[in-house]
Design a protein around this ligand. Structure first.
Ligand SMILES: Cc1cc2nc3c(=O)[nH]c(=O)nc-3n(C[C@H](O)[C@H](O)[C@H](O)COP(=O)(O)OP(=O)(O)OC[C@H]3O[C@@H](n4cnc5c(N)ncnc54)[C@H](O)[C@@H]3O)c2cc1C
Length: 476
């Protein structure tokens, strides 16, 4: 049922709900069977499932998997076998991804429409007062409001950008034809993941980054090593100032000044991947009495409450993380808190793990060395190469490593940064120990590690960290 239909059936200028949810990404999972007696408004201006399902985590990883296969096929001579990458059928790849995803999004939408206690508003909403919103020409109020409206691509104010065609991650995953030469503005996780996809599948890729290193938020050992490796497969323009962007007969051009001096780069497709900003401005949260920080993130306390009583915020819009697994956890906490106002659950404040599914993969949790240093706390670091473990020999790995940062007072791991094959999975071994409160000694020796699995890299790194603790010299 559309909001126009709802407005026609309920001509009163304002409707009151027990619960209003803005955003059917992570917000969609707030609704549970315990709320069957509640009147609920679900507001979604786009596709059900939000960013992760439709234009984020899932389709990007479904594209990365064939990209990984293509990359692996290119050079296997070191193992004594000959393989070749012959090309990619991009339309077939896109069809595989969205042929699976689109029906799931539509199924979620139809399910919400089918619930008798839920009104679905498929329009953009904005606040007009405390717990009061305007959506599709209708004013609605809620006893409780959950803001789960996410974030969107940030478009930098580059001269000429308004006059050229460009993609963001929202659109490029469904692009009709594979670019011949893709120019990416930005050097973060979206730039390096999608750069990997298109380069592995045969496009030329130029990455234009303001900073001198890609993935600058990572531990510097990771970002520096990754950037060195990336230079072998991407055309990199680092330390860049973009003078202007212009349209060409076949696509776009950029005049830049970078570490290597002035350059002009022309390609057929431009992807802007320069970070993401919260949707709080479009939602006009200030009109709802909801505080934001200087970056526009909705400010929440440890329980997810905003400055406006009865209004909660979860996921990307509160700026705590831009990670789906953390948004899911916040949705679970908000759901509990809505149902149990006298027994509030806190948002998870354990170190959040993350991964970058580029090549090589990156998996990390906890503090970076630069953060440990800035905090002034005592710490020790060790690094262990994948190539020092038996499975690393099997892989002839020369680039992967596991860096651990430990607190010698507590003998715990406070940061783990892995780069290499399946780093996103290997890091989970460390997340588990850290979240369960184990020391490095317990993590290393309190279990039997399978030989000669790649997980031995983590075991050996932990043993090295234990040695480093033992030989740590305390400042006099
Ligand atoms: C390319 C890409 C790859 C990613 N990969 C990963 C990954 O591998 N792992 C990971 O953990 N995270 C990843 N992320 C991040 C992850 O997608 C987000 O952290 C997560 O989806 C945030 O969920 P959310 O519910 O906060 O917001 P969203 O899922 O964005 O949901 C917000 C919803 O609100 C709707 N909305 C917004 N404003 C309004 C309004 N005014 N009125 C009505 N509706 C509105 C939007 O249409 C949207 O559907 C990726 C993101 C991108 C872009």
């Amino acid at each position: 049922m559309s909001s126009e239909t709802i407005a026609a059936q309920h001509p009163s200028p304002s409707r009151n709900y027990d619960l209003i949810i803005i955003g059917a990404g992570s917000g969609n999972s707030v609704i549970g069977p315990e709320m069957d007696g509640w009147r609920i408004a679900m507001i979604e201006r786009g596709l059900f499932g939000g960013t992760c399902l439709n234009r984020g985590c899932i389709p990007s990883k479904m594209l990365i998997y064939p990209a990984d296969l293509a990359e692996h096929a290119k050079d296997n001579s070191r193992y004594g076998i000959q393989t070749e990458f012959l090309g990619a059928d991009w339309p077939a790849i896109v069809q595989r991804v969205f042929g699976r995803i689109d029906p799931i999004a539509e199924g979620g939408r139809q399910y919400r429409h089918s619930l008798p206690n839920v009104d679905v508003y498929e329009h953009s909403a904005h606040f007009v007062g405390e717990r009061e919103l305007e959506v599709g020409g209708v004013r609605i109020t809620g006893d409780r409001v959950v803001i789960a409206a996410g974030a969107r691509s940030f478009i930098p104010d580059v001269p000429g950008i308004d006059d050229v065609p460009f993609h963001t991650s929202d659109s490029i995953l469904r692009i009709a034809q594979q670019p011949k030469h893709l120019i990416i503005l930005g050097g973060g996780f979206i730039a390096t993941e999608l750069g990997h996809v298109f380069q592995a599948l045969g496009s030329k890729v130029t990455i234009i980054n303001r900073g001198h290193w890609l993935l600058q938020a990572e531990d510097h050992d990771v970002s520096h090593r990754f950037t060195e490796l990336a230079a072998d497969r991407f055309d990199l323009a680092l330390g860049t100032h973009v003078e202007r962007v212009y349209r060409t007969d076949t696509g776009v051009g950029l005049e830049i000044t970078c570490d290597a001096g002035p350059r002009t780069i022309e390609g057929d497709v431009l992807l802007v991947a320069a970070g993401r900003i919260p949707n709080s401005d479009e939602l006009r949260v200030l009109a709802g009495g909801i505080d934001i920080d200087q970056l526009g993130n909705v400010v929440v306390d440890q329980y997810g409450r905003t400055s406006s009583p009865g209004v909660w915020a979860l996921g990307d819009i509160n700026g705590r993380y831009q990670l789906k697994h953390m948004a899911n956890g916040e949705a679970r906490a908000v759901r509990h808190n809505l149902l149990h106002p006298d027994d509030l659950h806190e948002y998870d404040n354990r170190p959040a793990p993350w991964a970058v599914f580029t090549s090589p993969q990156i998996g990390a949790v906890g503090v970076t060395e630069q953060l440990a240093q800035a905090s002034g706390r005592p710490y020790v670091t060790i690094t262990h190469a994948f190539g020092d473990a038996a499975y690393g020999w099997a892989m002839e790995d020369t680039t992967g490593f596991c860096k651990l940062i430990g607190d010698p007072r507590t003998r715990t791991v406070i940061g783990a940064h892995l780069m290499g094959y399946q780093a996103s999975m290997l890091v989970q071994l460390l997340v588990q120990g850290m979240h369960l409160g184990n020391t490095a000694d317990e993590m290393a020796s309190g279990q039997v590690w399978i030989h000669p699995a790649l997980s031995e890299v983590v075991e050996q790194a932990l043993l090295k960290l234990v040695d480093a603790f033992d030989s740590h010299v305390w400042p006099a």
